[in-house]
Unconditional design. Structure first.
Lengths: 112, 113
């Protein structure tokens, strides 16, 4: 069966510090991978998606970037965090854009 | 261990009829529940929510019912329209939405003209 992992589960970082969130998927090959953010009181916002190694599409221009160094690894990064980067970050995978997406457990990021 | 379960992966309904999407949860600490709608190639969009102090919340054609004793919630869409065809995710949280969201796997709704 497929599983999706995210870490860390929670993170508190000062403004201006770098960020690296990691997501890995097991039990499937060549998944579509997604990064979402849930800000307080708002819906999920798609940040990035990837259909293959090295292929990243950005949905919303902001202070973040994503990379996919391996087929089942998706990394969300920032060089300098802003207060507005605080939120709940979800990684998801899907077998195709039309299929159900399966979400990871999420990372709660607080920028102080 | 799935804390939020959507046991029907798909549902097909005729236009104009009622669509009922179901969701069960196991964690009695959940006190805030949300439904998301997702079209292909787009991120999920928030649809409607309900807190545990209520048993019903209505927004236009969409109504969410919460049965805390059964740990069950449902989303009713009346009348269903072809544009409602999408994947619907149920999600739950603690601390009235401030906790991490736990999502179900989704139900794909097809509304046929």
């Amino acid at each position: 069966s497929q599983t999706i992992h995210q870490w860390p589960a929670t993170l508190v970082q000062p403004v201006g510090s770098p960020l690296s969130l990691e997501c890995t998927v097991e039990g499937t090959s060549n998944p579509n991978l997604y990064w979402y953010r849930q800000a307080a009181g708002r819906g999920l916002q798609l940040l990035f998606y990837s259909v293959g190694i090295g292929q990243i599409s950005s949905e919303v221009p902001q202070n973040l970037s994503a990379s996919r160094p391996q087929d089942r690894q998706f990394i969300l990064s920032s060089k300098k965090l802003l207060l507005s980067d605080s939120g709940f970050y979800l990684c998801a995978w899907g077998a195709g854009h039309t299929d159900t997406q399966y979400f990871g457990p999420g990372t709660r990021l607080t920028v102080l | 261990d799935q804390q939020v379960k959507q046991n029907s992966p798909s549902l097909s309904v005729q236009e104009g009829r009622i669509s009922i999407l179901n969701c069960d949860y196991t964690n009695s600490m959940f006190d805030y529940f949300l439904w998301y709608k997702k079209y292909p190639a787009e991120g999920p969009t928030f649809l409607i929510s309900i807190s545990s102090i209520k048993d019903k919340n209505e927004d236009g054609r969409f109504t969410v019912f919460l049965n805390k004793s059964a740990k069950h919630l449902s989303l009713h869409i009346v009348p269903s329209q072809p544009g409602d065809s999408a994947v619907y995710f149920c999600a739950a949280s603690v601390n009235y939405g401030q906790g991490n969201l736990i999502f179900g796997k989704g139900t794909k709704l097809s509304v046929k003209p």
